[in-house]
Design a binder for this molecule. Structure first.
Ligand code: ATP
Ligand code: MG
Length: 483
């Protein structure tokens, strides 16, 4: 819904008042993070396709409920007995419509008191109650109704969430009714596919089955027992990685690039569990492109590039993965259940062997061992301090401060040179005579340019820096570099 944010608040208007969407969604970092659920539940992915319908001051609660109910029970012919709904506990209006439109009995309209059923963008701004629709996959699947202690099981699965945006939160005490009430809904394509294909597990739906069968053919381990779990993680992460790369994200140690790298490394560990001695992920890409490349042409356009990145990243990680796993094994063999692995080892795994913290955490989950996150953070801090101290810099504290400030504000420049000799980037800062400046006036001036990413290797540790050209089509913002 991010693209409609300003439409809801009225800051922006469109020449339409209703919309339907099919959106690529990623929940692997930040506010929504389902990375650790992947493989463990039947219903979570890192990357999934979300279908939505929206009203901007047009239809509201009654019609939204009508449309949802009609689509599910008439168009999709889902049996009414299979469906339950939740509402926010004070939203009597929604309860009334559910009874009127769907003829649902009270025990099928579950009142939820938590913020799970009250949506807001932040502390202020548009907000409102939600109503979610759940599908019952039957008593052979473990799990309880929403609001019960077993709600996280996979028996009752949320397939659709409707947000009734009817208020604006002005400050912590004041909430007013919005003059133009709006609707924002989201339904996971993979979850509704499972329902329509009569399976309870998303990973048993057609697209996933094909990817898993293709992988099995290469890996030659049967999809059963523990291996099934690895196959599912690999299939999920393959999609996430391919879509992220096709959207221009590169693996790196910061920001979005690190979200990608973490997903990549998790899948690579599962490839390792399945006994794959050669890099695996890039070999699966053609199957994914075959399945989804028509709907998402960017996947096909980026195929060669993504294949190269996946292969290189796996070659690099393979070099340390096995030794890291051995260290982890040695360090945890003597630990009992419910104990903690020291922050020092977690840091060593991160720093020397390239294990993202959540990868270590995920591996230890099976042994019921947790990690000392505070200890890890201390080690990270110490390393930063060491870097600061060993910084030779200019010896002039004012100049050094400027560089540290730049690093703090913009983060590291992503180095693309492992994969590319030419790339586009965004200029983040200009420096002239050891000062940050807004503009460079003439072509005679000598200056330093900081960009978010670059194919140029920096001069460091005795290595020569790269030399090349930087071109700008729009002098105010962009640069293109060629080595
Ligand atoms: P859950 O409690 O099952 O994690 P949610 O409350 O996080 O679901 P919403 O944030 O309301 O889900 O997202 C709207 C819809 O998107 C859900 O009804 C579901 O169909 C789908 N969805 C959400 N998260 C995922 C995911 N990780 N993988 C696949 N589909 C998802
Ligand atoms: Mg969720």
């Amino acid at each position: 819904m991010v693209q409609f944010k300003n439409v809801f608040t009225g800051q922006e208007s469109r020449n339409y008042q209703r919309a339907v969407t099919s959106q690529k969604s990623l929940r692997a970092g930040g506010k929504h993070n389902d990375l650790e659920n992947v493989g463990y539940t039947a219903r979570h992915h890192t990357f999934f396709e979300m279908l939505g319908n929206f009203s901007f001051g047009d239809y509201f609660k009654e019609e939204a409920i009508y449309h949802a109910w009609n689509l599910l029970t008439k168009e999709f012919a889902i049996a009414k007995e299979k469906l339950y709904v939740t509402i926010y506990h004070t939203d009597e209006e929604a309860a009334t419509y559910w009874k009127k439109i769907a003829n649902l009995s009270d025990d099928r309209i579950i009142k939820i008191k938590t913020t799970d059923n009250f949506w807001s963008m932040g502390d202020t701004g548009p907000c409102g109650p939600c109503s979610e629709i759940f599908y019952d996959h039957g008593e052979q699947v473990k799990g309880g109704l929403p609001g019960t202690k077993d709600q996280d099981g996979d028996r009752f699965i949320e397939i659709w969430n409707m947000v009734f945006m009817q208020f604006e939160q002005l400050d912590s005490d004041n909430r007013i009714e919005l003059p133009k009430k709006s609707i924002d809904t989201g339904m996971g394509l993979e979850r509704i596919s499972a329902v329509m294909q009569n399976v309870y597990n998303n990973y048993e739906t057609d697209l996933f089955k094909e990817i898993i069968a293709y992988t099995e053919n290469i890996v030659k381990v049967k999809v059963e027992g523990e291996a099934k779990f690895s196959y599912r993680v690999i299939a999920d992460h393959l999609r996430a990685c391919a879509f992220l790369i096709s959207d221009g994200i590169m693996p790196s140690n910061e920001g979005r690039g690190y979200v990608l790298r973490r997903i990549m490394r998790r899948s690579m560990r599962h490839a390792h569990i399945l006994g794959s001695s050669e890099p695996l992920m890039y070999k699966l890409l053609p199957k994914l492109v075959d399945l989804m490349g028509t709907t998402y042409p960017e996947l096909r356009r980026a195929e060669d590039f993504a294949s190269n990145i996946l292969e290189q990243e796996e070659i690099r990680f393979k070099a340390t993965l096995e030794r890291g796993l051995k260290l982890l094994d040695d360090e945890t063999n003597h630990l009992s259940k419910n104990s903690e692995l020291s922050g020092e080892i977690v840091f060593k795994l991160y720093d020397t062997y390239g294990f993202p913290v959540d990868l270590t955490e995920d591996i230890l989950k099976a042994k019921q061992i947790s990690i000392d996150l505070d200890g890890f953070n201390n080690k990270m801090q110490e390393q930063k301090e060491r870097a600061r101290k060993s910084w030779l810099g200019s010896n002039e504290s004012k100049t050094d401060k400027m560089w540290f400030d730049i690093k703090a504000e913009f983060g590291s420049t992503e180095f693309l040179g492992y994969y590319l000799n030419e790339a586009e980037g965004k200029i983040l800062a200009l420096i002239k005579d050891n000062k940050l400046v807004d503009t460079i006036e003439t072509s005679q001036e000598k200056f330093t340019l900081i960009s978010n990413q670059t194919p140029f290797y920096g001069e460091s540790g005795g290595q020569m820096g790269d030399i090349g050209y930087i071109k700008s089509t729009n002098r105010r913002e962009n640069h293109q570099g060629r080595r």
